[in-house]
Design a binder for this molecule. Structure first.
Ligand code: GDP
Length: 283
């Protein structure tokens, strides 16, 4: 059931009590829309309750929500005349390595040649995990030693991607570092080193949708330090609550470019904002 179907039913029925509205407000807050956003939505709905004007409510809500979504282009960069480079960043456990593999699969099935860089040299199993994906997808994975320098793996991978005439270089970066400044310094270094050879075109931040406000806070921290060009919202299957996509775009202004909906390579798709919005109203 869509996030707003109960809200619409309330307005249609008219005459709701204060406790009805409170209950509805709580349900919306639990969907990870964010308290401020929910308050705005409830105010709008209550103003239209007397007239039971569901059509006005739907169009006013759609207009408001459309403004909350990022106006930026959701397409992934693609340079036909040179390598396109994508850094995949985020906190460990959000689904960074899996998303790097899924993105590879997506681009490959659209006719692109890919090189993968296993630059998460700190997480014990990350390189092995990416290598397994690479074998399965038939893609070269450039690796380095455990605890080695991520920038050096990235440089090596960019060199190999250019030599192999790949269309995309996808770099799985590390996320588990002790302090924020370490992590940001390292991402900066990875970027600078790659840019000695070729521009970095996209920095995709992976956010776990099931972590709600925590995920939104991570996004804010990353965007303060790194020029994030898009989000990959993972784990939208399972317990993810439908409001987080709206909340995160309103808070950060960064477009969600892809959504992950499971653990296998095909559980991944470009974010379809109009379909997401209309899904919120489905009864
Ligand atoms: P990393 O530490 O950020 O690289 O995270 P991983 O890629 O290793 O993913 C952590 C866990 O989340 C793994 O068990 C993945 O299979 C799982 N995972 C990743 N993306 C999704 C998703 O979209 N849906 C679900 N249900 N699980 C996911």
């Amino acid at each position: 059931m869509g996030l707003f179907s109960k809200l619409i039913a309330k307005v249609k029925g008219g005459g709701s009590s204060a406790s009805d509205w409170n209950e509805l407000e709580l349900a919306l807050i639990e969907s990870d829309l964010g308290a401020k956003n929910v308050a705005e939505i409830i105010e709008l709905a209550r103003s239209l309750e007397k007239s039971r004007d569901v059509e006005s409510l739907e169009s006013a809500l759609t207009a408001a929500l459309t403004k909350w979504l990022s106006p930026s282009n959701r397409d992934l960069a693609k340079h036909t005349e040179r390598l396109t480079t994508v850094l995949v960043v985020g906190v460990n456990g959000t689904g960074k390595t899996t998303s790097s593999a899924k993105l590879t699969n997506f681009l490959k099935s659209n006719g692109n040649k890919i090189t993968l860089a296993a630059a998460d040299t700190f997480r014990a199993a990350a390189t092995e995990q990416l290598q397994t994906w690479g074998d399965r997808l038939g893609v070269e994975v450039v690796t380095g030693p455990q605890n080695g320098d991520p920038a050096s793996v990235s440089f090596d991978a960019a060199t190999k991607a250019i030599a192999a005439n790949s269309n995309y270089l996808i770099v799985d970066t590390a996320g588990r570092l002790h302090t924020k400044s370490d992590l940001m310094d390292e991402l900066g270094k990875v970027r600078r080193v790659i840019e000695k050879l070729t521009p970095v075109d996209e920095v995709l931040l992976v956010v776990d949708a099931t972590t709600g406000q925590n995920g939104i806070n991570q996004a804010k921290i990353f965007t303060q330090s790194v020029n994030v060009t898009g989000l990959i919202l993972t784990k939208m299957d399972g317990s993810a609550r439908g409001g987080v996509a709206l909340a995160i775009e309103r808070e950060t202004g960064i477009p969600i470019k892809f959504v992950g909906t499971g653990e296998s390579a095909n559980d991944f798709a470009p974010f379809d904002a109009p379909a997401y919005l209309s899904g919120l109203f489905e009864g």
